[in-house]
Design a protein. Structure first.
Length: 153
């Protein structure tokens, strides 16, 4: 699936659509994504700020998808862990950007070259309209070469 088609699909996907998440960018080479969470009456918490589950959900699939697409079919990539730290109440539209430089991919390829599993943390800040951090999300990915791509012992 192309990044353009996936972006359209994700914007119509009920968990994102019904929680106010909007994917505004998915780079043609899978190197960058940008996501917004628009505050609506249905995604506010008890005190009127963004529901924490929506803040985490807006960041959930992007590191895994981007790394998987950029490394290619020879690798297994999946989310292994995730955590969020709430720094201040989020109100209005908040955004998260994911940038995946080639240097990170080169590190992953080198570390996984022998067939070992690699566990690597990726961080994303969620920012409000004034650029202040609302939350910090960390995702740990599991990466390794598929069995048929591993070096012979």
């Amino acid at each position: 699936m192309s990044p353009r088609i996936l972006r359209l699909y994700m914007n119509l996907w009920p968990p994102f659509l019904l929680s106010g998440v909007h994917v505004t960018e998915l780079a043609p080479d899978w190197s960058r994504a940008r996501v917004e969470l628009r505050q609506r009456w249905f995604n506010r918490n008890y005190v009127g700020s963004h529901f924490g589950g929506s803040l985490f959900a807006m960041t959930d699939p992007f590191w895994m998808i981007m790394v998987l697409q950029r490394l290619g079919r020879d690798y297994l990539v999946w989310d292994q862990a995730g955590e969020i730290e709430f720094l201040k109440p989020g109100r209005g539209t908040v955004a998260a950007q994911f940038d995946l430089p080639e240097a990170v991919l080169a590190e992953l390829r080198e570390a996984a070259a022998g067939g070992e599993k690699i566990l690597r943390w990726f961080e994303t800040d969620i920012l409000d309209a004034s650029g202040e951090r609302v939350a910090r999300v960390r995702k740990r990915l599991y990466v390794r070469l598929k069995r048929d791509q591993r070096p012979a012992n």
